[in-house]
Design a protein around this ligand. Sequence first.
Ligand code: SAM
Length: 275
Amino acid sequence: MINYNSASALRSFLDNEGLGMQKKFGQNFLINPHVRKSLIDELGSKEGEEDWEIGPGIGAMTAMLLEQGLKVKAFEIDHGFINVLKKLFGSNGNFTLIEGDVMKTWQSQPPSQFLLGNLPYNIAAAFLADLIEKERVFSRIVVTVQKEVALRMAAAAGSQDYSSFSVLCASAYKVKPLMLIRRDSFYPKPNVDSMGVLLESKNSPKCPAGFFPLVRSLFASRRKTVKNNLKVFVSSAEICEAALRETGINENERAENLELDAFLSLAKTINNMRK
Ligand code: SAM
């Protein structure tokens, strides 16, 4: 059994296996068992239910999930870690391993209700945005991400951290920051602190066609007004002005002050006008 709670024990294990940590894959093991347990508790899945685990590493959280009788579908890219995972859990009928880049592999997998991951920092936001844009909704997602990403996910309109990613997250989920996870809870120690974040499905209806590109383009130049960003997006001053009039959005407003509903009604209105 691997001691997942000690940096030196992990270092010796990796040395014995002839493995190294690869920076390009954002590899930082969560060595704080209390944090691992809290994240799994927040996920709230029950025995027999399936959880996706993104980036299991050498299985610190996987082992806990399997001990609770959960079915784990794990997505891992690192060949060395994949071999360790197969040795540790390969004979467990509740364990499935999807090898390769999760950005490429997830879409071919059938939907699941729960997703857990101490996400590699280099794909964290892109991966979550991809799930949301492709309308793959989970009941509950619990992730560890860099603090700055967590703040963007949870930001409200009008705040400094509010971005197109905040609107994307809010379109499908209630976002709840869980706990600050200090950098010394990881091996190797990263340069920044992280946060656990819970996303609970709002069971929202599908977003209107063109909603996601619209949101992104309204944030394209943060200093520009909604009108100036929108004009570029619709390539028609007429539609732009009419859509703002109809939705009651002040043309001098900036995207950072618009609530989710304003983006949704703008997308719907533009679709109707283009018909
Ligand atoms: N879950 C482990 C833990 O908490 O200790 C490891 C988390 S570590 C931050 C991120 C993990 O994601 C690593 O195992 C890394 O190899 C894996 N990973 C990085 N990029 C990936 C990708 N594109 N697809 C699948 N796994 C990836």
